[in-house]
Design a protein around this ligand. Structure first.
Ligand code: PXL
Length: 287
């Protein structure tokens, strides 16, 4: 099983390839990387970061790999710095995904109702085009709203299923992370958060719900997407993969809250890797 992760390298801040490579490899499959840019830090919560765009290298890298006859079982794309790079991911799929392989797109564009720096409406439209050639997409709720032209501010818990349904117009197997559940604790704070998706077996709507830990934690989407890829690469069905990936992400967020490290420095998922791998191993054995 051979996976290709297309994403940037944010040297500091634990997101994109610095998260995808260790998690996917530890899941027990080969993970090759196609870096789209090198940044000194990611763009959320830091100022003065460097950004070296690697777009001009990408066509030659793909051409070289074609001469090697490389074919991937899964390609996952994440943060992309420009519309040109979106087109390059489409070319990478054409050239490198094996017949019947899985194209997974994490349409990284924003969080908490806002687009990240550098993104605009034109980029969102181009990202819809990339989602159209994907088998699975893993947006958070903000990104799902952008992709379905839904006003994030007005979204209520009862709307998640309709938004997921709208996403199927772009891609057959969408899921949405970060869907707050309204059940509030004694202090009025939301205590649960769900990932919504359809099962592989009968296509029924499902919610995978975990404890919500208050705060905005950077890189949670990258941990989730990488673990989901790891689980799918090991042959798990969507419902098991979502459950294991969501649990790992929640445990990593909890560890970060316990350690009280700054959220912009990313999730402390390292110490949660072993429980993740145990859960994956036991699900694979039962499969
Ligand atoms: O975690 C998503 C991400 C990845 N890469 C870069 C980012 C972000 C989110 O802000 O800035 C460079």
């Amino acid at each position: 099983m051979r996976v290709l992760a297309i994403n940037d390298i944010s040297c500091v801040g634990k997101c994109s390839l610095t998260v995808a490579l260790p998690i996917i490899s530890a899941s027990g499959v080969t993970c090759d990387i196609l870096p789209t840019a090198i940044l000194s830090t990611h763009t959320g919560g830091f100022e003065g970061y460097t950004f070296r765009d690697l777009s001009s290298d990408i066509p030659a890298i793909i051409a070289h790999w074609k001469t090697l006859g490389l074919q991937y079982d899964i390609i996952i794309s994440g943060y992309l710095g420009s519309i040109d790079q979106i087109e390059m991911v489409k070319s990478a799929k054409e050239a490198l995904l094996r017949e019947g392989g899985l194209m997974i797109v994490d349409p990284v564009m924003g969080d908490n109702g806002k687009l990240y720096a550098h993104f605009d409406g034109k980029f969102v439209e181009a990202m819809k085009g990339l989602c159209r050639i994907a088998d699975i997409i893993v947006p958070n709720l903000t990104e799902a709203c952008c992709l379905t032209d839904t006003d994030y501010a007005t979204v209520r818990e009862g709307d998640y299923e309709a938004i997921l349904q709208k996403l199927t117009k772009l891609c057959p197997r969408p899921s949405i992370t970060g869907c707050d559940e309204t059940a509030a604790g004694a202090d009025g704070k939301t205590e649960r958060v769900s990932t919504v998706f359809y099962t592989d077996s009968d296509g029924s709507f499902r919610r995978c719900t975990t404890e919500k830990i208050e705060g905005a934690f950077h890189g949670a989407g990258d941990v989730y997407a990488s673990a989901l890829v790891g689980c799918l690469a090991r042959g798990l069905q969507m419902h098991s993969a979502v459950r294991i990936a969501a649990e790992f992400t929640k445990n990593s967020i909890r560890q970060t809250a316990i350690d009280k490290t700054q959220p912009r420095f990313g999730l402390n998922s390292e110490s949660q890797m072993l429980p993740y791998l145990k859960a994956l191993d036991s699900a694979v054995k039962q499969n």
